[in-house]
Design a protein around this ligand. Structure first.
Ligand SMILES: [Zn+2]
Ligand SMILES: [Zn+2]
Length: 279
């Protein structure tokens, strides 16, 4: 694991005390993720076929057919549960209950991961209730368990995807909506996939969710305490995306982490009746 990232997290813990608990959990879990060596089967195939499909808006994979390491993800989910249920967290009794369920019935995790990938929110809620865990925690664990596979998949496919133009508001690798965006040093906008973490260039004045381009329908607000952070929103579809302006932020953390430590911006957006990408 990159020591640089750990140091970055330690600095954030000092700078953002309200996120101390979330950051500590993330820091601990990174160690488990780094130990995984996912087995991914992927062959690049014909570049011209990909290009034609991409022109028509088809991502390389749909969420349901991503070539992930299912066994590795199940194992990691279980390890994360073992670890978290041994800490002093308030929900440790529920975590223990989930762990017992997984030990008795390994297919349960497979179903949770499948429900997460297929975006079956109802199923996630039911399965979370079965073990008295919050659906937010269950989704977080499923997402973390998939990260090693996603990292490998990004490494295997990025070069191919960069070979063609992609002008859509969803991820060229897995088809998921973005959960964060950033403006580069040159002022170009990039979107960050909420599932696989792939980042792609996207028009600056265009809603990623409904493709609205009229300037009067697009807006943003900033938060006074966080220079360089803003929330872009669309008046037509009422969706928003948190955006980091790299010209103002010296050393951003990886966007998965930035997403975790900007939940107060989600609260502000949702108070205004705006919806997050996945809702
Ligand atoms: Zn993706
Ligand atoms: Zn929109």
């Amino acid at each position: 694991m990159a020591d640089e990232l750990l140091e970055r997290i330690d600095r954030l813990i000092q700078q953002k005390p309200m996120y101390q608990e979330a950051l500590l959990v993330y820091r601990e879990l990174l160690g488990f993720l780094a130990e995984m060596q996912p087995v991914i089967t992927y062959e690049a195939g014909d570049a011209s076929v990909h290009e034609i499909k991409a022109r028509e808006g088809f991502p390389l994979f749909s969420r349901g057919d991503l070539p992930i390491d299912h066994e590795g993800a199940v194992l990691l989910f279980q390890r994360l549960l073992e670890h978290l249920s041994s800490t002093k967290r308030k929900d440790r009794a529920s975590l223990e209950q989930a762990l017992k369920r997984v030990q008795a019935e390994p297919a349960w995790v497979r179903d949770v991961i499948w429900a997460f990938l297929s975006g079956d929110e109802g199923r996630i809620i039911t399965m979370s209730q079965e073990v008295t865990l919050s659906p937010v925690v269950v989704k977080f664990l499923a997402h973390m368990s998939l990260q090693p596979s996603m990292r490998s998949l990004r490494e295997l496919t990025t070069e191919g995807i960069r070979g063609y133009t992609w002008n859509y508001g969803y991820c060229p690798l897995c088809g998921s909506p973005p959960n964060m965006a950033y403006l580069s040093d040159e002022g170009k906008r990039f979107l960050h996939c909420g599932l696989c973490g792939y980042e792609w260039h996207y028009a600056r004045l265009k809603c990623p969710f409904c493709s609205e381009e009229r300037a009067k329908e697009l807006g943003y607000f900033t938060s006074e305490e966080d220079e360089g952070y803003r929330v872009d929103f669309c008046k037509k579809c009422r969706r928003y995306i948190k955006t980091l302006d790299m010209r103002l932020i010296g050393f951003p953390a990886p966007l998965e982490l930035e997403n975790l430590i900007t939940l107060h911006l989600d609260v502000l957006a949702q108070k205004q009746g705006l919806k997050a990408s996945g809702d």
